[in-house]
Design a protein around this ligand. Structure first.
Ligand code: DAH
Length: 376
C-alpha cells in the first residue's frame, strides 16, 4: 500500500470548498442535491476568478471534458436505475446550463474590464508618436496669397496643364522664333501640345470666357526643362494675376502689388526694376528687401539686400487683341510669381529640392514652425 500524499490542512479546506464529492452509486435524492451544490460552487468559483487565466482554470475544474466535476455526474447518471433517470437528467441539464451561463457571463465581464491586459501589453513602453499631417509650406503660401487677393476683389481661376503652343506662347505675343519654344526649353507632349511653361496662358483663357472688368488670381503647376538644383525644379507652382478694366494704369499695378507685399512680408521696403516680357509693356520685376539680413547682404539675397518676388507689367495690347478685347477701351496689368521661391526665402529653407522630397521629418518640422506666424 502506498501512503497518500500528505495534504496541507489549507489544501484540504480548499478541496472541500471547491469540490462536491459524489458517492460511487448515489441515489436519486443525493444526485439531485449534490448537482445543485455543484452549480453553486462552480458559479462562486467563476465569480471569484480575477483574470481570464484564473477563469480558464475554473472552467477546466468544473466543465472540463476529462476530469471536470460535471463529467462525474454524467457518469453517475448512467448508473442510476432506469426509472430515476428522467428526473436526474433534467436536473443534470439544468445544472449544466447554469454553470455554463455563469462561465460565459464572467468571461464577458473580465474581457470588458481588460483584466488580462497587463500580460498582453507593456504599459511602460513609450507611446507611439502621432503624425497628424499638415499642409505643405508651398500650399500654405499659396493659400495666404489667395486670401490677400481675395480681399482685394480677385477671384480664383485655373487652366489646363497641357496647353497648345498658341495658348502658351502665340496668344501671349511671343515672336514665332522665341527660344522658349525650343524643344530643349519646353516639354512637348505631341504635335504642338506641351506642358505649360507658365500660368500666363490662363490669362488668354480668362479673356476668352469673360468680359472685363476682370480680376483673377491663377495658381497652378508649370513645367520647364530645368535640372533639379538648389534653386530650380522642373515642375513648380506659379501664381498669376490679371486685372483688366477701363482706365487701369501702372499706378494700380504698383499700388496693388505694394499692398500685397506689405500684407505678406510685413512693412519691408519694395522696389520695381524695369524688365522685359513679351506679353507686357512696360514690364517690371518687383523686389522686397531681404528679410534675413534686412538689406545688408547675405547668402539668401546673394549679397544684394533684395529678393525678387515677381514679374509684372501692363498687359500688352496684342494680348488683349488676340482674344478680341478692345485695347483702346480696356487696359490692365498682370503679374506672375513663384510661391516655392517665396516659401524658401520666407522660411529660410536653403534648397528648393526639400520641398519635393516628401520627407516627413522636414514636413513635420515645417508644420511646427509654420503653425506659429512667420518671422517678420
Ligand atoms: N510668365 C512669366 C514667367 O513664367 C511670369 C510673368 C511675368 C507673368 C510678368 C506675368 C507678367 O503675368 O506680367 O516667368
Amino acid at each position: 500500500m502506498t501512503a497518500g500524499l500528505p495534504l496541507r490542512p489549507s489544501a484540504v479546506k480548499e478541496f472541500a470548498m471547491t469540490s462536491v464529492i459524489l458517492p460511487q452509486n448515489p441515489n436519486l435524492q443525493e444526485f439531485v442535491d449534490l448537482a445543485g451544490a455543484l452549480a453553486t460552487k462552480a458559479s462562486n468559483a467563476f465569480a471569484a476568478a480575477s483574470s481570464l487565466e484564473e477563469l480558464e482554470e475554473a472552467r477546466i475544474e468544473y466543465l472540463g471534458d476529462q476530469r471536470g466535476q460535471l463529467r462525474s455526474f454524467q457518469v453517475a447518471l448512467g448508473r442510476l436505475p432506469k426509472e430515476d433517470r428522467p428526473q436526474a437528467g433534467r436536473q443534470f441539464n439544468a445544472v449544466k446550463q447554469q454553470i455554463s451561463e455563469a462561465y460565459e457571463t464572467r468571461k464577458l465581464e473580465l474581457a470588458a474590464s481588460g483584466a488580462s491586459a497587463p500580460t498582453l501589453a507593456d504599459p511602460t513602453m513609450p507611446a507611439r508618436r502621432q503624425w497628424r499631417g499638415a499642409k505643405h509650406p508651398v500650399t500654405l503660401v499659396i493659400e495666404e496669397i489667395e486670401g490677400i487677393f481675395r480681399e482685394l476683389g480677385f477671384t480664383i481661376a485655373t487652366g489646363p496643364e497641357a496647353e497648345t503652343e498658341w495658348y502658351n506662347f502665340g496668344s501671349l505675343n511671343f515672336p514665332p522664333n522665341h527660344p522658349a519654344m525650343d524643344l530643349h526649353d519646353t516639354l512637348y507632349l505631341r504635335g504642338d501640345v506641351l506642358l505649360r511653361t507658365h500660368t500666363s496662358p490662363v490669362q488668354t483663357r480668362t479673356l476668352q470666357r469673360y468680359a472685363p472688368p476682370i480680376r483673377v488670381l491663377i495658381p497652378g503647376r508649370v513645367y520647364r526643362r530645368d535640372f533639379f538644383d538648389p534653386s530650380h525644379a522642373p515642375a513648380f507652382e506659379q501664381i498669376e494675376g490679371l486685372c483688366i478694366d477701363e482706365g487701369i494704369s501702372f499706378v494700380d499695378l504698383k499700388a496693388t502689388l505694394t499692398r500685397f507685399a506689405n500684407r505678406f512680408f510685413g512693412k519691408r521696403p519694395t522696389r520695381f526694376r524695369p524688365s522685359f516680357f513679351p506679353f507686357t509693356e512696360p514690364s517690371a520685376e518687383m523686389d522686397v528687401q531681404c528679410g534675413v539680413c534686412g538689406g545688408a547682404g547675405c547668402a539668401v539675397c546673394k549679397q544684394t539686400g533684395w529678393v525678387e518676388i515677381l514679374g509684372s507689367g501692363m498687359v500688352h495690347p496684342a494680348v488683349l487683341e488676340a482674344t478680341g478685347v478692345d485695347s483702346e477701351r480696356y487696359t490692365g496689368w498682370a503679374f506672375g510669381m513663384g510661391p516655392a521661391r517665396i516659401a524658401l526665402s520666407r522660411y529660410g529653407i536653403p534648397d528648393i529640392r526639400v520641398l519635393y522630397d516628401s520627407d516627413v521629418r522636414f514636413l513635420e518640422q515645417a508644420a511646427a514652425q509654420l503653425s506659429g506666424k512667420a518671422p517678420e
